[in-house]
Structure formats: structure tokens, C-alpha cells
Design a protein around this ligand. Structure first.
Ligand SMILES: C[S@@+](CC[C@H](N)C(=O)[O-])C[C@H]1O[C@@H](n2cnc3c(N)ncnc32)[C@H](O)[C@@H]1O
Length: 227
């Protein structure tokens, strides 16, 4: 039995995104899939030192996301390339090539600088790739008039349970740029839920998944805004 928390705009599920998404969302219903996929250290592949298995798993995630995201919508992935067991794992390449094979194009690329909260032994860099994929979508003019035009976005990250989390200023900027009120936003790997909170505060519907009870936060409470 899965556990979930509901607000008037959305649902936050404690469970596995890969099995949960097809059960809960119809094909082509999501306007924006926005997530930071788990690094290898947040998956069982880490203990087994199974980098190949981790990359195969990431490639299984991608078609689950393309199935439910509208062709005119967006899949936005932002993650730091992590160094594990002496190897830099270039997931930005995995995402770009995997999604290209599924017919999705990398349309926008930014560098997201995470100001100061990362453990330096865990990540290669204190920045993340911000990669925005679509099939037929166009970045709206309103986004191009704001912070969207910058190549590098610098944000001071907040910290929860030893995980850096995206601040609301960043999350809401992306959601406002790529969706309209009432659109459905999906975060399959929601952590403590900053994307879900951002969707809520900008009046978008949302669906989130988190597999680890330690991070799943049914009250969706953040220092940057309480629901
Ligand atoms: C990089 S973190 C997300 C961080 C989030 N953006 C935040 O700011 O809190 C990735 C999350 O995915 C979760 N996760 C790993 N495998 C999962 C799965 N199969 N289904 C759902 N969540 C999963 C991890 O527990 C972790 O919290």
C-alpha cells in the first residue's frame, strides 16, 4: 500500500516513481517534468559499486517520463555529475543521449551554481547542469524577458537532512517560465519537495514521488513558505 499526502492542488506519494507514474498519470498529461534525478549514492547501485547498473536504471526512467509529458511540454533535469569510486559519472550525457533517442531535443542549457552547501568529497562540482528538453515546445516570451536569459544562475541553496535543496526563487522562476496556472507539474524524485511547493505557490497542479521516508515530507513545509 502506498502512502500519499494531498493538498487541493496535488499529491505527494511515498513510493517508487517508476511503478507509480504509469499508475497515476495519463499519457501526455504533464506540462513540466522537473526534477533532480538521484545520484548513484542515492540508489542501491552505490553499495554494489554498479555504475553500469545505475546508468541502465537512469535509461529506464527516461521513457517513463516521456510517456506522460506532453510533446509541447518540458522535461527539465538538473543534477551534478557525481564522482564515485574514482569515476566521474556524466549523467548529463546519459540524459541528453537517452532523450534524443526518444525524440526529445535539448533546447535550453544553463549552469546552476549551488552556492556553498555541497560536500566537496561527494560532488565533482558545486554546479549542476540545467537541461531543458522538449519535442515541440517553445520558451515563452515572458520567460525570455526575465532571468531566463542568463547563462549562469547562482542560487544560495538551502539544506535539509544533509541534502542541498533548490530555493523557491529558482524553482518558481522555472515553473512560471514553462507552465501556466492549472498545468500539471511532475517531480518523480521530489526529495523534501521544493518543486512541489513551487508548483503549489504558483497555483500549478502537482504530483510528486519520493522513495525515502526520511525525505518525504507530508506537510510540505519549507522555510521558504508553508502550505
Ligand atoms: C537529488 S534528490 C532530489 C532533491 C530535491 N530536488 C530536493 O531539492 O530536495 C533525488 C531523490 O530521489 C529519491 N529517489 C531515489 N530513487 C527513487 C525512486 N525510485 N522513486 C522515487 N524517489 C526516488 C532519493 O531518495 C532522493 O531524495
Amino acid at each position: 500500500m502506498t502512502t500519499h499526502a494531498r493538498t487541493k492542488l496535488g499529491t505527494y506519494v511515498l513510493g517508487d516513481a517508476l511503478t507509480g507514474i504509469p499508475r497515476r498519470i495519463k499519457t501526455d498529461s504533464v506540462k513540466l517534468t522537473f526534477t533532480s534525478p538521484p545520484g548513484i549514492h542515492q540508489t542501491p547501485f552505490f553499495k554494489e559499486r554498479d555504475t553500469k547498473g545505475y546508468l541502465i536504471w537512469l535509461n529506464q526512467v527516461l521513457p517513463v517520463l516521456t510517456e506522460v509529458t506532453k510533446p509541447s511540454g518540458w522535461i527539465v533535469l538538473s543534477q551534478a555529475n557525481a564522482k564515485q569510486h574514482g569515476e566521474v559519472i556524466t549523467t548529463d550525457v546519459t540524459f541528453t543521449e537517452g532523450l534524443r533517442a526518444l525524440g526529445w531535443t535539448l533546447k535550453e542549457e544553463r549552469i546552476l551554481v549551488r552556492n556553498g552547501t555541497d560536500a566537496v568529497n561527494l560532488y565533482v562540482n558545486t554546479w549542476q547542469h540545467f537541461l531543458a528538453f522538449t519535442q515541440t515546445g517553445k520558451v515563452p516570451i515572458r520567460a525570455k524577458q526575465g532571468r531566463w536569459v542568463r547563462d549562469v544562475w547562482v542560487y544560495k541553496h538551502e539544506q535539509r537532512h544533509n541534502q542541498p535543496i533548490w530555493p523557491q526563487s529558482f524553482v518558481q522562476m522555472v515553473i512560471s517560465a514553462l507552465t501556466k496556472k492549472g498545468d500539471l507539474v511532475l517531480d518523480p524524485f521530489a526529495g523534501v519537495g521544493p518543486v512541489l511547493a513551487g508548483a503549489y505557490h504558483t497555483e500549478r497542479r502537482y504530483l510528486g514521488f519520493e522513495i525515502d521516508r526520511k525525505y518525504w515530507n507530508p506537510k510540505l513545509q519549507f522555510s521558504s513558505g508553508l502550505l
